[in-house]
Ligand binder design. Sequence first.
Ligand code: ADP
Length: 398
Amino acid sequence: MLQIGLTGGIGAGKSTASRRLVELGATLIDADLIAREVVAKGTPGLARIAEAFGPEVIGADGEMDRARVASIVFSDDAKLAQLNGITHPLIGRRTAELVAEAGPEAVLVYDAALMVEQGSQARFALVAVVDTAEDVRVRRLVESRGLTEADARARITKQATDAQRRAAADVLLPNDGTPEELVARVDRLWAERLVPFEENVRLRRAVRGGAPVVVDPDPGWAARGERLAARVAYAAGSVGRGVAHIGSTAVPGLPAKDVTDLQLAVRSLDEVDALVEPLAAVGMIEIPEIVQDDPQAADPDPARWRKRYFGGADPGQRVHLHIRVHGAPGWRYALLVRDWLRADSAACAEYLQVKRAAAEESGGDPDAARYVGRKEPWFDAALPRAEAWAASTGWRPE
Ligand code: ADP
């Protein structure tokens, strides 16, 4: 099972994209629709609302009088909480039913118009955003929904901005062209990414292998790191003691392998057992054979360098998740090296040369062991310099 979020500004083409995903085999979870269903005419939900707020909230046609309910709860927080106390559990139960019915191989698409406004993006394994220029959206809303231009623009202004939605997107689905072009993009997303991603999660398979290729730095790496870190933090819940983007893609301007390295801090590695399922739900799968960082030569207690290691299951973006004990030397080291490289451009340039040589030498090495092995001596020699920098600047981890 895979749970993804789909959003887009009003008129962007979200419904068009979600219809296509359903044709391809996805299960649509439409929050608005469910919220209406659980209080539809004749439902126990509606009866309970009438009990709480009086029979006049049901109109002559047997439907809920939405305007009346809205006016009752509008300026009364206690009443609003009472209403939510009735509807939220019903919505939760109905959603759980739909998820259960969809079965273990389902790709669930949460149609969430206000995902970014509500800040719910981190709970999904992937977020797709239908992205359409504002003027195009206005034109389509005027033509297809009979809105005036002023009305369309007013609604757009009330929503999150395009930039905010783009920052939440793992996948952008531009829709300035024809509907056929959007459908073709959705088809590619489904076949090349969602289907293999779902299978990887279900079979507990992280994406691995591939020769280490060092590419030019991408200005989007920082935002991608934040997005993925938020997902890990959501999955870790109260077990997590902070998630950081580490590694080369966290150093602006440094060419690197196109991989997001993340570090999740925990109190104890045993606690991670409870995170295996929640992390799988956001697309991170444990690779149990990797359990140890290379301790710095001088450390008398190599066990302090233990970690648990997860890899992303999304074939569209590589993620390495290192889970380490908060305060342990390996945890501190990852943050120290990142911050030192961020601060020292000469060290960065040196490291880049070593990486390039390592990538070249390791050629087609699929598990990159030789690549990593080739970089280690440089790090061993660099550590005293990083420590000297930390001492002189008063650096602290986090
Ligand atoms: P949303 O659900 O994001 O508000 P819709 O999918 O309902 O947007 O699209 C808004 C309107 O624009 C609909 O009438 C839809 O048929 C139309 N539409 C969507 N994509 C295109 C496109 N590429 N070209 C022309 N019209 C489109």
